[in-house]
Design a protein around this ligand. Structure first.
Ligand code: MG
Length: 374
């Protein structure tokens, strides 16, 4: 009986993969992808994969998430039925505060097993797909703008039309210069977005954003600090361009508060913030009820987490602003998936195979592994 399976083994791999370039953000620079890969096997012979992709300035650390999975979650689920996903997530919430990335990794690995058991892709477990592909947004965050311009030109020719400029890590005049140049070259042929990653001071954010608005960004993401939600609400009220909350909205509870206070016009959904696909859909439901749009965000991830994100986003009925799962294709020096994460003519292709629908290249995984807990 398929319902009789048991979790037999859990391996926790900590990996570190160099990136193709250093990316700069309002909250710091990133040069590699340091994440935690969880591998769950069952007594029925199935393997489920999940990923915790933390960022210390945003969600948490790899050390905390590896320990969460190995020391706290693993002893509670060995021998248990992998199909009881919500029960295991509730358990994880009860025994462990924070570590939403570890909880996402656990959930995705379990859903991978549920999908393989039922022979359904993960998206079909959440009401079915609303689309077969989603427009990809690329984040422009090089320290050298000339390199960015070359990247954008190449990506434009590949079909990408959504570009998100990381702002607030340098002078305001540098941001204005880059926006002006991009509008001059591409006019309205691309959708430009800006992301401050909390980089502005609340006292003069509105003045700065009024300058930025003249270059018609489609949205402005997280201008001020995570906890400055009153300032964020004020910015949303005054600035005409839609404001997106990313760092300020992690989970359903924060989404509820943010919706009530009208902190933003858009929420960025990320499985690493919400603690998995189920909770991200709960955030999306709160957003929809409040007339707030959602967007497919990501952290510094390999193809495992990006694929999970693609399943999530395809299950959201009113996703209109695209998704940013560009890391496996354009940022990592090498991904751990045997078959590349699928991007075609500027669109992320939604997987169709059962479960997560990925195969992990074990040689590449061990090549970049810095520690293993098993
Ligand atoms: Mg962001």
């Amino acid at each position: 009986m398929i319902t009789d399976q048991k979790i037999k083994e859990i391996k926790v791999h900590v990996i570190n993969i160099p990136a193709k370039a250093v990316h700069s953000h309002g909250s710091g620079d990133v040069a590699n992808i340091n994440s935690v890969i969880v591998q769950i096997t069952t007594d029925s012979g199935l393997t489920g994969w999940g990923e915790a992709a933390p960022w210390p300035v945003f969600t948490g650390t790899v050390e905390a998430n590896a320990a969460a999975l190995h020391n706290y979650i693993k002893p509670k689920i060995i021998g248990k039925n992998p199909l009881n996903v919500e029960a295991h997530l509730t358990m994880a919430d009860n025994i462990l505060v924070h570590c939403s990335e570890a909880k996402a990794a656990l959930e995705v690995a379990l859903l991978d097993i549920v999908g393989q058991t039922t022979k359904l892709p993960i998206v079909e477990l959440f009401g079915g797909r609303h689309c077969n592909s989603i427009p990809l947004s690329f984040s422009v965050a090089n320290q050298n703008f000339e390199t960015d311009l070359e990247d954008i030109s190449r990506l434009y020719n590949e079909g990408i039309r959504l570009f998100k400029l990381k702002t607030g890590f340098n002078e305001h005049s540098f941001d204005l210069m880059r926006l002006e140049k991009l509008r001059k070259i591409y006019e309205d042929k691309i959708s430009l977005r800006v992301d401050y990653n909390q980089g502005l001071k609340a006292y003069n954010a509105i003045r700065i954003l009024k300058d930025i608005e003249s270059f018609k960004p489609e949205f402005i993401e997280q201008p001020v600090k995570k906890n400055e939600i009153e300032a964020l609400a004020e910015i949303t009220r005054i600035i005409d361009t839609p404001i997106m909350a990313d760092e300020s909205v992690f989970n359903p509870r924060e989404a509820f508060i943010a919706a009530k206070m009208r902190v933003a016009d858009i929420f960025s959904l990320k499985i690493m913030k919400s603690g998995g696909i189920r909770r991200a859909i709960e955030v999306a439901s709160i957003a929809r009820a409040a007339g707030i749009s959602v967007y497919g965000g990501c952290m510094f991830e390999t193809g495992i987490a990006s694929t999970a994100g693609a399943h999530l986003m395809a299950a959201i009925p009113d996703l209109t602003l695209g998704c940013e799962f560009y890391m496996p294709t354009y940022y990592l020096q090498e991904d751990i998936l045997s078959k590349p994460f699928q991007v075609h003519e500027g669109q992320v292709i939604i997987p169709t195979k059962p479960g997560l629908g990925v195969e992990v290249n074990l040689d590449v995984l061990s090549k970049y592994r810095v520690s293993l807990f098993s």
